[in-house]
Design a protein around this ligand. Structure first.
Ligand code: LLP
Length: 419
C-alpha cells in the first residue's frame, strides 16, 4: 500500500498527513487515495490490452459518489445490486449503458427503473426473475437485455460467507438449468439474450478457481452457440483478492492477462466486476484511542470506531493491519485487543495483536478498509456514520459528511395519540 506511508514519522495518504485530516474533521473517518484507485483501475485496463472488455466496478464494495465518479471518468462501468446503487451510479455520471445488474432479489420497481434507464444487462439469477422481467419489459414496450448467472460449481477456497460459486450457494442457476432457461428466454419476444455471467466468490487469492470457472463457462457458451444463441458478453464477475496481511494474490494485470489468454478464441466482450481489488487497499479507517485498560492479563485499547463502522473483523473474523499514525518503536510490542464502544463482545477491530504502547488520544489507522468498510457500516447503537475523505495528491476533500444526531432520527415520528 504505497499510497499510505510514513513521512517524518507520520502516516500520510499520498501527500496528506492523516493527523492533519484528523485535526480538521475529527475521528473516526475513512480516508481514500484517489491515485491508488486510478492505478488499480489502470492495471485492469492494461491487462486487457486490445481485447474487447468492460470493467464494471462492484458498487457494493465502495459506493461513495466521488469514488464512482473517479473510476467512471476513466471508463469504468458498474456492477449494481439494487435500485439505490443504480441511482448512485447515475448521480456519479457513469452511463447506464455501462451498467450490469446482479443480485438474486430484484424487485419489479427496480427492474422498471433499470430498464427505463437503459442498462447494458440484467444478470438474471432465477427463472421466476426472468418471467417477471419479461412482464415488466412487455408493459414498458422495451426489450430487456439479459444474461443468466450460472453457478459453475467451483470452490473459490475463500471464507464460506463470501464463496458464491458452489451448488449449495443461493446464487445463479446450475449449468443444466441454465440451458433450459436460455431455451425459454429465446422464445420470449421481450427478452434479448446478450450474455452469460458468473461470480464465484470474493477475496480469492489464486488464479486456478477463476480459470476453472472460465473453462466451464466456455463449454456452456459453445453449447449455446450450437443452439443458435450468440452472446455479446461474457461476464466473469469479481472476486480477486488483496493482501490484508501476508496473502499474495495475483495483481490485476496478471489476473486479467491469464483470463485474456484463456479467452483468446472468444470474440465476445469480456466483463469483469472487481470491487475489493480496486478499492480495498485504497482506504483506511482512522480512529482515536479513547481509553486504555488492562483486565487481568489482557490489554485493551478502546477506540472511537466500532463494529458498526467496520464490520469485517466481527463478521468474518477478518484481519486488518493496525498502524499507528505516529510511527513507533517496533521493538516494544505487547499483545492487545483494539475494541470499539459498542455494547457487544464481538465489537473488535483487532484481537490479540502485538501492538506498540498506545496512549489516550493516540491515532491508529485500520488498514485495507476501502472495500466493504463504509458500505457495510450502520447506525447501530445510534452512532452517526463517519465521514469519508478523498485525497488528491496534496489536498483532501470531505466526500461524505459525518452524520449528525439529527440525521439519526430523520423520517421517524411519534404518533400524535401517543402509545
Ligand atoms: N460481482 C458480484 C455479483 C458480487 O456478488 C460481488 C461481491 C462482486 C462482483 C465483487 O466482488 P469483489 O471483487 O469485491 O471480491 N462483504 C464481504 C464481501 C462480499 C462480496 C459480495 N459480492 C467482505 O467484506 O469481505
Amino acid at each position: 500500500m504505497d499510497c499510505f506511508s510514513y513521512k517524518d514519522g507520520i502516516l500520510f495518504c499520498e501527500q496528506v498527513s492523516l493527523e492533519n485530516i484528523a485535526n480538521e474533521v475529527g475521528t473516526p473517518f475513512y480516508c481514500y487515495s484517489s491515485s491508488h484507485l486510478k492505478e488499480r483501475f489502470a492495471a485492469y485496463k492494461r491487462g486487457f490490452g486490445t481485447k474487447k472488455h468492460l470493467v464494471c466496478f462492484a458498487v457494493k464494495s465502495n459506493s461513495n459518489l466521488a469514488v464512482l465518479n473517479c473510476l467512471g471518468s476513466l471508463g469504468a462501468g458498474a456492477d449494481i445490486v439494487s435500485g439505490g446503487e443504480l441511482y448512485r451510479v447515475l448521480k456519479a455520471n457513469i452511463p447506464a449503458k455501462r451498467v450490469v445488474y446482479s443480485g438474486v432479489g430484484k424487485t419489479r420497481q427496480e427492474m422498471e427503473y433499470a430498464l427505463s434507464e437503459g442498462i447494458a444487462m440484467f444478470n438474471v439469477e432465477s427463472e421466476q426473475e426472468m418471467i417477471l422481467l419479461s412482464e415488466v419489459a412487455k408493459k414498458m414496450g422495451k426489450k430487456a437485455p439479459i444474461s443468466f448467472r450460472v453457478n459453475p460449481d467451483v470452490d473459490a477456497k475463500t471464507h464460506p460467507y463470501i464463496s458464491t460459486g458452489l451448488k449449495k450457494n443461493k446464487f445463479g442457476l446450475s449449468m443444466e438449468r441454465a440451458i433450459s432457461a436460455y431455451e425459454k428466454a429465446m422464445k420470449d419476444p421481450w427478452l434479448e439474450i446478450t450474455g452469460i455471467d458468473c461470480h464465484i466468490g470474493s477475496q480469492i487469492v489464486e488464479m486456478a478457481p477463476f480459470l476453472d470457472a472460465l473453462r466451464r463457462l466456455k463449454k456452456l457458451v459453445s453449447r449455446l452457440t450450437d443452439m443458435g444463441i450468440c452472446l455479446s458478453y461474457i461476464d466473469l464477475g469479481g472476486g480477486l483478492g488483496i493482501s490484508y496481511s501476508k496473502e499474495t494474490p495475483p495483481q490485476p494485470e496478471e489476473y486479467i492477462s491469464a483470463i485474456v489468454n484463456e479467452a483468446a478464441e472468444l470474440d465476445q466482450t469480456i466483463i469483469v466486476e472487481p470491487g475489493r481489488s480496486i478499492c480495498g487497499n485504497a482506504g483506511v479507517l482512522v480512529t482515536k484511542v479513547l481509553y486504555t485498560k488492562e483486565n487481568g492479563q489482557k490489554r485493551f485499547y478502546i477506540v472511537d470506531a466500532g463494529m458498526n463502522d467496520l464490520g469485517r473483523p466481527s463478521l468474518y473474523d477478518a484481519y486488518h493491519e493496525i498502524r499507528t499514525v505516529r510511527q513507533t518503536d517496533k521493538d516494544k510490542l505487547a499483545e492487545a485487543d483494539v475494541v470499539g464502544p459498542i455494547c457487544e463482545t464481538g465489537d473488535f477491530l483487532a484481537r490479540s495483536r502485538p501492538l506498540p504502547q498506545l496512549e489516550q488520544g493516540s491515532l491508529i489507522a485500520v488498514m485495507s478498509s476501502g472495500a466493504y468498510g463504509f458500505t457495510m457500516s450502520s447506525n447501530y447503537n445510534s452512532r452517526p456514520r463517519v465521514p469519508e475523505i478523498m485525497v488528491y495528491g496534496d489536498r483532501f476533500q470531505v466526500v461524505r459528511e459525518r452524520e449528525t444526531w439529527q440525521d439519526l432520527v430523520k423520517g421517524e415520528s411519534i404518533p400524535e395519540e401517543g402509545c
